[in-house]
Design a protein around this ligand. Structure first.
Ligand code: PGA
Length: 251
């Protein structure tokens, strides 16, 4: 049985005081949901502040991005070892905002994925189609292409340690959530891709989160789908009660 996994992607929001207050509110209640893995992914500069709050709690720390090199002359970048050093367990890779705004390709994501796994961190790798691609009936072509490029060269063991986040770009921050049926279809097809490349055992072990306008009000029906194993949450992760409501929706 895959344990549900809810991660909050705070993106470029919060100040230090807000980050601490939000983390405290979530940590206080996180013990109520032992059946769900929870992670908070604040901006790099607030990782340590949130780490102090979550230490000793079941809430894990995650980062929103990383660079694939271990160290050196890469001004402005952060390495997987540095993230581990400040207490991170998870790293989000290939978010559509990284792919679209910062021109990250699946090949870039793949380099980061290998570096993150080599550093002993757990990656959350995002895939998802744009609206025109969905409307053009290309959703699975895009997903297949992103899967092939972003996940290339992983051993079965590495694949099982990797969480996939299916995030239709048209649903991110728009309030337009995919229907449970639309999401489940892609999740099931993604699991099939894993099965074809590895085997049924690996496919059934990989957690696939849904992301895109997840709220407390729609989490329950999404999480009830057989191939949806949690959520990567943006906007609703910035308000403690909203985020806790999504975690509660996993039951
Ligand atoms: P949203 O963002 O929940 O605000 O739609 C999701 C994401 O970008 O991961």
């Amino acid at each position: 049985m895959r344990k549900k996994f809810i991660a909050g992607n705070w993106k470029m929001n919060m100040d230090r005081a807000g980050a601490v207050t939000l983390a405290e509110a979530i940590v206080k209640k996180a013990g109520d949901f032992p059946g769900v893995d929870v992670a908070l992914c604040p901006p790099f500069v607030y990782l340590e502040a949130v780490q102090k709050v979550r230490l000793g709690s079941p809430v894990a720390l995650g980062a929103q991005n990383v660079y694939h090199e271990a160290k050196g002359a890469f001004t402005g970048e952060i390495s997987p070892g540095m993230l581990r050093d400040v207490g991170c367990k998870y790293v989000i890779l290939g978010h559509s905002e990284r792919r679209d705004i910062f021109h990250e390709s699946s090949a870039d994501v793949n380099k980061k994925l290998h570096a993150v796994l080599a550093a002993g961190l757990s990656p959350i790798v995002c895939v998802g189609e744009h609206l025109n691609e969905r409307e053009g009936g290309q959703t699975m072509d895009i997903i297949r292409e992103q899967f092939a490029g972003s996940f290339s060269g992983l051993t079965a063991e590495q694949m099982q340690k990797t969480t996939i986040a299916y995030e239709p770009v048209w649903a991110i921050g728009t309030g337009k959530v995919a229907t449970p049926e639309q999401a489940e279809q892609v999740h099931a097809d993604l699991r099939k891709l894993i099965e074809v490349r590895y085997n049924a055992e690996v496919a059934s072990a990989v957690r696939i989160q849904y992301g895109g306008s997840v709220k407390a009000s729609n989490a329950g029906e999404l999480m009830a789908q057989p191939d949806i194993d949690g959520a990567l949450v943006g906007g609703a992760s910035l308000v403690a009660d909203d985020f806790l409501g999504i975690i509660a929706g996993c039951r």
